[in-house]
Design a protein around this ligand. Structure first.
Ligand SMILES: Cc1cc2nc3c(=O)[nH]c(=O)nc-3n(C[C@H](O)[C@H](O)[C@H](O)COP(=O)(O)O)c2cc1C
Length: 457
């Protein structure tokens, strides 16, 4: 992974280091954009652009470029970069004068780890671009890979990268209440969780709460019993927020902390509380999943939950004058509620909600509030589909297809389309329905303009 000497490299001088340096991001949930901006700070004067806004000419004009590129869906480009991939990246272009480097962001739990970053790198290389250094793949919060990228940038910049790239600390929030919102549902129990900050905190609609979970003590006890250390109370305490080691019994040092879990925030900052919709999911050991178990059962009411808030620019608010179509299923309603509540608070163009769940009798979270928003005109239309109801048996994508003419009309009026909920099934089916209604080219254009916004998981 040695550094290739850069031709015509002159000694850096303050303020001009970033001359001819383009820093490009392709981001869905904000990580790639954040790292691109941090990377650009090492090159004063560098230009930061979203991949979606680039064309062949702007790439050819750049002498040096850093690409910070996330992968989404199943090995796909982030929504806004999809059009770039199918058009500009369709064939190699002449980038014989470009020196570049790629930081690919991804998650090893996906089969197509960093796939889009790999495709960008391969295309730049096939186009004649010269690698400043080998591509770096960054899995989640892999500190080593991040440091490696920083070191490579330091070598190019000719100066150590000083800024602290670590994110803000998790802070304690009080668990105010948890309410089971779908008793009797054929689906898993969903809870409305309210969290109050210890100090005033603001966020933008679309933001994500990153919650640090803790184990159910009973799970840790079972582990201690299995490895014959049931009386080790110090270890028990230590393990509550760590990944439980394999049953061999030897604890690796250091123990790895449990990773945070992401939840879409349903409330707006003006409400003064973070509100989440969390489904209790089964874990592999028969108990509840660690993250959902912590929020829906284990954490005591009145106790502290450690979390931090991450802005999610790809799912942020549009101008109030733009109508919004909100499409989602299950707990995805949380991310949509934030936009609906923001629209109701700020005023502006109308909103339309299309929502899918299982049972019309039991799965109606926020029903009373949605009724009020309909009455006061903030929500001009609401369509619901219930997949397990005998007389309905339909999903949210069917709602979109049934209302094709109205969807076209809303698109004509420049509406932004927000999709929030499950990746498996819902997101791709809704995407296909929208393509059938609006056409591929139109949907890609809307995406490129930042008006097809998805928060899917
Ligand atoms: C719905 C979804 C699908 C994802 N699919 C992939 C994938 O196929 N391959 C991969 O390596 N990472 C995948 N990831 C992980 C993201 O690439 C990773 O979280 C990255 O840091 C996101 O960067 P961003 O915030 O700039 O979008 C996925 C993440 C989500 C939420």
């Amino acid at each position: 992974m040695g550094l290739r000497p850069v031709a015509n490299w002159s000694a850096p001088s303050t303020g001009t280091l970033g001359k001819n340096m383009l820093v490009v991001h392709a981001s869905q949930t904000g990580n790639a954009e954040r790292i691109a901006r941090l990377s650009a700070a090492a090159f004063p004067g560098a230009t930061v652009r979203s991949l979606a806004t680039l064309d062949q000419d702007s790439l050819r004009a750049a002498r040096r470029a850093l690409f910070v590129v996330a992968t989404y869906g199943e090995g796909d480009a982030p929504d806004r970069a999809r059009k770039f991939e199918v058009t500009t990246m369709a064939t190699p272009i002449d980038l014989g004068t470009l020196d570049y480097a790629v930081l690919a962001l991804g998650d090893r739990e996906y089969r197509d780890f960093c796939a889009f970053g790999h495709r960008v790198d391969a295309w730049l290389h096939a186009s004649g671009g010269r690698r400043l250094f080998d591509r770096v793949d960054l899995d989640g919060a892999d500190i080593d890979a991040e440091r490696h990228w920083q070191q490579q940038l330091s070598a190019i910049a000719g100066a150590a990268i000083q800024p602290d790239w670590q994110r803000a600390d998790y802070t304690p929030w009080t668990l105010v209440s948890r309410e089971h919102v779908n008793p009797g549902s054929p689906g898993g129990a969903v809870y409305r969780i309210m969290l109050a900050p210890h100090a005033p905190t603001i966020w933008t609609p679309g933001a994500i709460a990153e919650v640090l979970p803790r184990h159910d003590p009973a799970r840790v006890d079972r582990w201690l019993a299995r490895v014959g250390r049931y009386d080790d109370s110090a270890l028990r305490e230590t393990l509550l927020d760590k990944i439980l080691p394999d049953d061999g019994g030897d604890c690796p040092a250091p123990l790895q902390a449990l990773a945070h879990r992401d939840y879409s925030i349903a409330s707006i900052a003006a409400s003064g509380a973070v509100e989440l919709l969390v489904r209790a999911c089964p874990g592999p050991d028969g108990g509840l999943g660690i993250g959902s178990g912590w929020l829906t059962k284990v954490a005591p009411i009145g106790g502290a939950i450690l979390l931090r808030i991450r802005d999610n620019p790809g799912f942020g608010p549009v101008e109030p004058t733009i109508p919004i179509v909100l499409i989602g299923n299950g707990t995805g309603l949380a991310g949509l509620m934030a936009h609906l509540r923001d629209r109701a608070a700020v005023g502006g163009a109308p909103a339309w909600l299309l929502y899918g769940e299982r049972s019309g009798a039991h799965d109606r979270p926020f029903a009373a509030e949605l009724e009020t928003l309909s009455t006061d005109g903030s929500l001009s239309r609401i369509d619901r589909a219930f997949s397990r109801d005998a007389e309905c048996d339909r999903y949210v994508q069917h709602l979109a297809a049934d209302a094709a003419d109205e969807m076209l009309e809303w698109a004509e009026r420049g509406a932004a389309i927000y999709v929030c909920g499950s990746l498996a099934g819902m997101a791709s089916a809704v995407d296909a329905a929208l393509r059938a209604i609006l056409g591929d080219a139109r949907l890609e254009e809307i995406a490129e303009q930042g008006r097809y916004c998805r928060d899917i998981y």
